[in-house]
Design a binder for this molecule. Structure first.
Ligand SMILES: [Zn+2]
Length: 280
């Protein structure tokens, strides 16, 4: 049984501020360690649940998706690191996997929760898949579902678990902190967070065969609202992309995989306008 882990950083216990989530921040090194330990806990739980193979995706955009230190990774697992990648946080996922586990996840842009955002906090306001407003968890769960792979576990703050369960009621949710706002939380000790993730991952993997993947119907309609009109103006240059509001574009793709890759590509066009690069 192959298990895929998509690891983000904002939903890690202890993380509440941008000073912890990027290399320019004074506490980045500290938070990187917490993130790595939570990922290793999920790997351990996955193997205890029956995994034969575990692939981890460094899904946090800061530092060019190079947040997890390979030396510190559980040697039984393999790591997808760096970018650009065609499928972002879910690069390498296909129908050979039995389940996806999400660690360090966060709520979508515009909702309460620690460091809430969707994919790129500077560029994206909202994204709808076939009319359903989704955050990173929902988007990634849909992509996994389109391969027949269930989203089996998610860890993060309490509101992230609530967001995930609204989409997928049977997902194993591991709460590692209680959100007190966008930049504050009541956190549990890293060791307790890791123990909870390890146990949750084991349960999730044991239960994976019973979970029903969620896949959007095809063709897939994507509606993408940017935080400013420049983002939409940049995106609409791509054939097949139509502007419906000054800050919003729509497109239709034959598969969820194509919709996902195009979404990432359209966001990637945004910083070209400003001469910058995605910070994640
Ligand atoms: Zn992130």
């Amino acid at each position: 049984m192959k298990i895929y882990i998509s690891a983000d950083m904002e939903g890690t216990s202890g993380v509440v501020h941008a000073a912890q989530t990027g290399p320019e921040g004074v506490d980045y090194g500290l938070a990187r360690g917490w993130m790595m330990a939570e990922v290793n806990a999920a790997i351990a739980g996955a193997f205890e649940g029956g995994a034969a193979e575990v692939v981890v995706s460094d899904g946090h955009g800061a530092n060019g998706n190079r947040n997890l230190r390979l030396d510190d990774l559980d040697p039984r697992a393999e790591l997808i690191t760096g970018r650009p990648r065609a499928s972002g946080q879910m690069e390498g996922l296909d129908d050979s996997f039995s389940a996806v586990l999400f660690t360090g996840y966060h709520t979508r842009h515009g909702s309460t929760g620690v460091l809430s955002h969707t994919t790129n906090g500077q560029a994206v306001a909202n994204v709808w898949i076939n009319g359903a407003l989704v955050g990173e968890f929902g988007l990634n769960a849909y992509l996994a579902g389109s391969y027949g792979v269930p989203a089996a576990m998610v860890s993060g703050d309490d509101l992230t678990i609530a967001e995930a369960k609204a989409t997928l009621p049977h997902v194993e949710g591991v709460v590692v902190k209680r959100a007190l706002g966008r930049y504050a939380a009541q956190c549990i000790h890293p060791k307790r967070a890791q123990a909870a993730i390890r146990a949750g991952a084991e349960r999730a993997v044991k239960n994976a065969a019973k979970l029903k993947p969620i896949a959007p119907s095809t063709p897939v309609d994507v509606e993408l609202q940017f935080k400013d009109t420049g983002g939409a103006e940049s995106a609409r240059r791509v054939p097949g992309v139509r502007m419906i509001q000054p800050d919003t574009v729509v497109l239709q793709c034959p598969t969820m995989s194509e919709a996902y890759q195009t979404y990432y590509a359209l966001i990637g066009l945004w910083p070209v306008v400003w001469g910058g690069w995605m910070k994640g």
